[in-house]
Design a protein around this ligand. Structure first.
Ligand SMILES: NC(=O)c1ccc[n+]([C@@H]2O[C@H](COP(=O)([O-])OP(=O)(O)OC[C@H]3O[C@@H](n4cnc5c(N)ncnc54)[C@H](OP(=O)(O)O)[C@@H]3O)[C@@H](O)[C@H]2O)c1
Length: 252
């Protein structure tokens, strides 16, 4: 009988927040976790924490805006393992702080896009050969309900009045990438899905991590739950081209 490959999972921006909670949960399920982080000290500390819990984990230096680092990360994964089973594109920022679109600088919008969209595309393109080597494989794009054009244009939605052009359009673009890549990679046995964590108590957007969570803000484990669920589907599951959250499917 052929030996089953260990599920090898790279999570970008995994040194803290939702990415780290996802790493802990998937690691406890037996996946070998590659902690992608731009900050070496924080990344290595996260790896030590996982190892203390008995999880197989390694650090990969990965600023998603640095093409040389992305190339080096892919080369290292190829040399060390030869394949990648799951890519979770989690790294994200929100720089626009609800400034009106009429006043928001395109420099700020570009910062959001560099990490949330172009970084995600560069990492995905670099990892595709490794995902093909593992096939069946999965890509999970951490999107946001803030990037749902369906919710943003629905007067009955609480997102109707939200105004963060850079962040929202970068996450809408992430969703478009999910749709396009899911179709291109279907025949290669690679599924591609978007997930919305929901409003979660992390340091995201500059929020102090130890600040009390306001009503409606969920804990990190709840924010990571749908990502964990998608990454725990059997490797031969063919669900692809979806946009989901804990409560179900979201409008694009
Ligand atoms: N929290 C929410 O309410 C919420 C809601 C919906 C969607 N999301 C999405 O969930 C994802 C995770 O967010 P979070 O709440 O866990 O926020 P977080 O605690 O701020 O974590 C964000 C992670 O992204 C990393 N990152 C930022 N820029 C990067 C870059 N250039 N290269 C590599 N990594 C980079 C950060 O690294 P450093 O430690 O180096 O800064 C950090 O590890 C994001 O994509 C976010 O858009 C969050």
């Amino acid at each position: 009988m052929a030996e089953e490959k260990t599920i090898l999972t790279l999570i970008t921006g995994a040194d803290k927040g939702i990415g780290f909670a996802t790493a802990q949960a998937l690691g406890k399920k037996g996946q070998h976790i590659l902690i992608g982080a731009r900050n070496q000290e924080r990344g290595e500390k996260a790896v030590e924490q996982l190892k203390d819990d008995g999880i197989k984990a390694d650090f990969i230096q990965l600023d998603v805006t640095d093409k040389a680092q992305i190339k080096a990360a892919a080369a290292k994964i190829k040399a060390d393992y030869g394949y990648l089973s799951i890519l979770i594109n989690n790294a994200g920022i929100a720089m626009d702080h609800h400034q009106p679109a009429s006043e928001l600088s395109t420099d700020t919008i570009r910062q959001d896009f560099d990490v949330n969209y172009f970084g995600l595309i560069d990492v995905t393109q670099a990892m595709i050969p490794l995902l093909k080597a593992a096939s069946p494989a999965k890509i999970i794009n951490v999107s946001s309900n803030m990037g749902s054009m369906g919710l943003a244009s629905d007067p009955s939605s609480r997102f109707y009045k939200v105004n963060s052009l850079g962040y929202q359009s970068s996450k809408a673009s992430v969703n478009f990438a999910t749709i396009i890549f899911s179709k291109e990679l279907a025949d290669d046995g690679i599924t591609v899905n978007s997930v919305n964590p929901g409003w979660t108590a992390t340091g995201f957007g500059g929020r102090p991590e130890d600040a009390p969570a306001p009503t409606g803000m969920q804990d990190v484990a709840t924010g990571a739950a749908q990502i964990i669920k998608m990454a725990s589907l059997p490797m031969n599951d063919t669900t692809t081209g979806t946009f989901t959250e804990n409560a179900g499917t979201l409008p694009w």
